[in-house]
Design a protein around this ligand. Structure first.
Ligand code: AMP
Ligand code: MG
Length: 338
């Protein structure tokens, strides 16, 4: 896969422990970083026991295993196998892939199609963030807009085996909007199984906090401003054992003939999203769900997204193109500018 480095902006989120005066030892950390899922991944542990190298290896291998199942850019992945067999055969898949697909399908309906895991036919035409990104013709787009029916992703379980099929030829899965969030959540579970009670995971803007030591929300998570330099936090939210996941037009984009096109596609038009929202951060218990929501809110646009957050009692911070921001958070959640 060719990567357009200039087009890939990694959201850097700063995390600080608020009550630093408590016991100092807990601030000592063990950490590792690596590149996977097309992003930088860091895992910081603020707890004992010290992990063995083998355990660190297992954490990152686990992430790569998920990528190897779900990446549409890996010809050997299960997702590629499903895509290659669209309109033909059902494909036997792992329980992991089945779980992600079932979750994605259910949530796609919940967000009324704003997040659509069968967006692959459209993203393959645009190839935003890649060296060969281009603007597809009207005819090309019209040819794929009828390949986006989530009900035509068939999932089944038979005698302990799992299967998936895309019913129409030309349909294609793209799990880019949920894979990082899912992998981060799974990694959190693995850390727990290793006996770790406090850690911070950053999967390129998908922040997951593991904190079983403190019932209080005591992590101060800095949110990247779409307008500032990379790594410059603009404001913060306080979070506990939960996830803070961001999507934005600055994360991945391509400039074609002087026009900037971002990587999030409106499934109803087939065009890259272009509305007042430049970035959004969602706070939720589950990072896979927060990942789906952050992408969905970008697609919905300001008014619909705000109404959705209120109706479903979600928590989100929106960054708008005029430079303002709006935090729709629970009353007791502290937040503010830095
Ligand atoms: P995220 O960074 O989580 O917002 O996910 C964006 C990625 O998900 C893109 O790079 C595409 O691979 C894919 N994608 C783009 N638009 C959509 C959409 N409307 N629904 C689902 N996935 C999408
Ligand atoms: Mg997402």
């Amino acid at each position: 896969m060719r990567r357009n480095r200039l087009g890939v902006f990694i959201l850097v989120v700063l995390a600080l422990i608020l009550t630093a005066c408590e016991d100092k030892a807990r601030l000592e950390k063990q950490d590792r970083a690596d590149f996977a899922l097309n992003t930088f991944i860091t895992i910081q542990i603020y707890d004992e026991p010290e992990l063995e190298e083998e355990q660190w290896g297992a954490l990152f291998t686990g992430i790569r295993d998920i990528e190897a199942l779900l990446s549409k850019y890996d010809d050997n992945s299960e997702v590629s196998n499903i895509n290659d067999n669209a309109g033909r055969d059902r494909v036997k898949i792992s329980k992991t892939t089945y779980e992600v697909l079932a979750f994605a399908k259910e949530k796609s309906k919940f967000v009324e199609g704003a997040f659509n895991p069968v967006i692959g036919s459209v993203t393959s035409l645009w190839r935003i963030g890649h060296d060969d990104a281009r603007v597809p013709s009207k005819e090309e787009l019209e040819g794929v807009l009828n390949k986006l029916d989530i009900n035509k992703l068939s999932l089944s379980e038979e005698g302990g085996s799992y299967y998936a099929k895309l019913e129409d030829k030309g349909m294609s899965l793209d799990l880019g909007a949920v894979a990082k969030g899912y992998a981060a959540e799974r990694t959190k579970q693995k850390l727990k199984e290793m006996g770790i009670k406090r850690a911070l995971l950053d999967f390129g803007g998908n922040i997951v906090i593991l904190d079983e030591k403190q019932p209080l929300k005591e992590w101060k998570i800095g949110l990247q401003s779409p307008f500032a330099n990379r790594g410059e936090a603009f404001m913060f939210v306080v979070a506990g054992d939960e996830a803070v996941v961001s999507s934005g037009d600055y994360e991945r984009f391509s400039v074609i003939d002087g026009i900037k096109y971002q990587h999030i596609i409106d499934p109803f038009t087939g065009h890259p999203v272009n509305n007042e929202i430049r970035g959004v951060s969602v706070i939720a218990e589950d990072s896979a769900l927060a990942d789906i929501y952050s992408t969905s809110l970008m697609v919905m646009g300001k008014e619909k997204a705000k109404a959705f957050v209120k109706e479903k009692k979600l928590e989100a911070v929106f960054f708008y193109s005029d430079g303002s921001y709006e935090a729709l958070l629970k009353e007791d959640r502290k937040n503010g500018t830095l």
